[in-house]
Design a binder for this molecule. Structure first.
Ligand SMILES: *Cc1c(COP(=O)(O)O)cnc(C)c1O
Length: 406
């Protein structure tokens, strides 16, 4: 797909498109879906289906890819965290489901390491739970080498504990396996936020293998699915509870006939009504789009995908040529993140422009170019390939030449 893909709809709206060298960030509208995914969504939009049956089929497909018992498509990883937390609090009790976010009298404490806290945990807190923080993040403050340890999870568990939430990054400590061992010894489920941990594909199975009871993934990040999609995978009972708190249940009980492989109705005294997940509903288009993207993501040859990204980064490095007072490196990073990047390091004393000013100028130009500011404090600007089209790296290179005065 090249730069010439229609921008008509944005032209008509008078909204400028952005050359996105950051990656699939929500603020920048996510990534660029493959046409095969977009076409599947168009087809899905032309028919009506029973959403519970569509989700039951999604469950089967997600289980196949993740090795979990069940799965469920959500409107993003954050929505999956909300639904997963709700499932851990209520179990299969429809009265509790109806009462959320009032959790009085329920198991309503969720344990999280202080160093794992982040603002996506709004989704966890919005269920009405009390967050119990453990550990002191010496490792991150630079004051020491230690962080929370797995035994501290055990020490924080009480009869009110509903779940442990664990945020998975390549550098996350303590090890998930150890946290699961401790939590499971007390009968407490572990919910893993793995929103952006793909690639590598092996992570689709990894957290389940390490003992997680529920894992949330984004569909709009590297998988290349719709921006407002994600999924949950994990134990059959927790997924059933999540489904019950998410599906639209505005239906007469006599007519309610959910698919047995997703929801075992015989275990319920009655059906809950609309649940806490109803505000984050997911459309059939997103479900079909996510499943299509997931299939393409798993089927795509890893080396080929890497080569495609590498070509884009080579194009960028080539088109920059030699820039004064700047060192341009291609970091292959195939082992760690699986994504090659271009790293531009400015000699800020000589270049007359700082890294943050350079990013601002790229952003303010026409077309707007978004670059990653994560290392600006070291005078470094980072460019990533995952949302770039052929031809765009050359536009970036030419702009950099202009801004750095050649
Ligand atoms: C991106 C992200 C989320 C949110 O994912 P969405 O699919 O946008 O809802 C949650 N947690 C972490 C750690 C993330 O990086």
């Amino acid at each position: 797909e090249s730069v010439s893909v229609m921008t008509t709809v944005y032209d008509r709206l008078g909204v400028s498109t952005v050359i996105n060298a950051v990656g699939p960030s929500t603020r920048l509208s996510g990534g660029v879906m493959r046409l095969e995914v977009a076409e599947a969504m168009v087809q899905a939009s032309q028919y009506c289906v029973d959403m519970a049956f569509l989700q039951a089929r999604a469950s089967e497909i997600i289980s196949k890819y993740t090795g979990s018992e069940a799965g469920y498509v959500t409107s993003g990883a954050a929505a999956a965290l909300l639904l997963g937390t709700a499932a851990c609090v209520t179990g299969m009790d429809p009265l509790k489901m109806n009462r959320l976010p009032d959790t009085s009298g329920m198991k309503n404490e969720v344990i999280m390491a202080r160093s794992h806290r982040n603002f996506y945990d709004h989704a966890v807190r919005s269920v009405g739970i009390k967050l119990v923080e453990i550990g002191i993040a010496d490792r991150f403050s630079g004051a020491g080498v230690r962080d929370v340890e797995s035994w501290e999870y055990g020490a924080a568990i009480t009869e009110r504990t509903a779940a442990v939430v664990y945020v998975a990054y390549p550098h996350t400590l303590p090890r998930l396996e150890d946290v699961c061992t401790v939590a499971h010894a007390h009968g407490i489920p572990v919910l893993v936020d793995a929103a952006g941990q793909l690639p590598p594909e092996s992570n689709l199975q990894r957290f389940i293998t390490e003992g997680a009871d529920l894992v949330s993934f984004s569909g709009g990040k590297a998988i290349g699915g719709p921006q407002s999609s994600g999924f949950l995978c994990g134990s059959r009972d927790l997924i059933a509870s999540a489904a019950l708190q998410h599906l639209d249940l505005d239906i007469l009980p006599e007519l309610w006939n959910p698919p047995a492989d997703l929801i075992d109705r015989s275990r319920l005294p009655g059906a809950p009504q609309h649940g806490i997940g109803r505000p984050c509903k997911v459309g059939k288009e997103e479900i079909v789009g996510l499943l299509t993207a997931l299939r393409l993501f798993v089927e795509e040859d890893v080396i080929k995908r890497y080569q495609r990204w590498l070509e884009l980064m080579l194009e960028l490095k080539r088109s920059c040529g030699e820039l004064p007072h700047a060192q341009i490196d291609l970091i292959s990073d195939r082992k760690r993140s699986g994504i090659p990047i271009v790293r531009l390091e400015l000699d800020e004393d000589q270049s007359g422009i700082t890294a943050i000013e350079l990013i601002k100028s790229l952003q303010d130009g026409n077309p707007a170019i978004a670059a990653n500011p994560i290392s600006v404090d070291e005078g470094i600007v980072i460019f990533g390939p995952t949302c770039l089209k052929n031809g765009e790296p050359t536009i970036i290179g030419n702009r950099l030449k202009e801004l750095l005065n050649i």
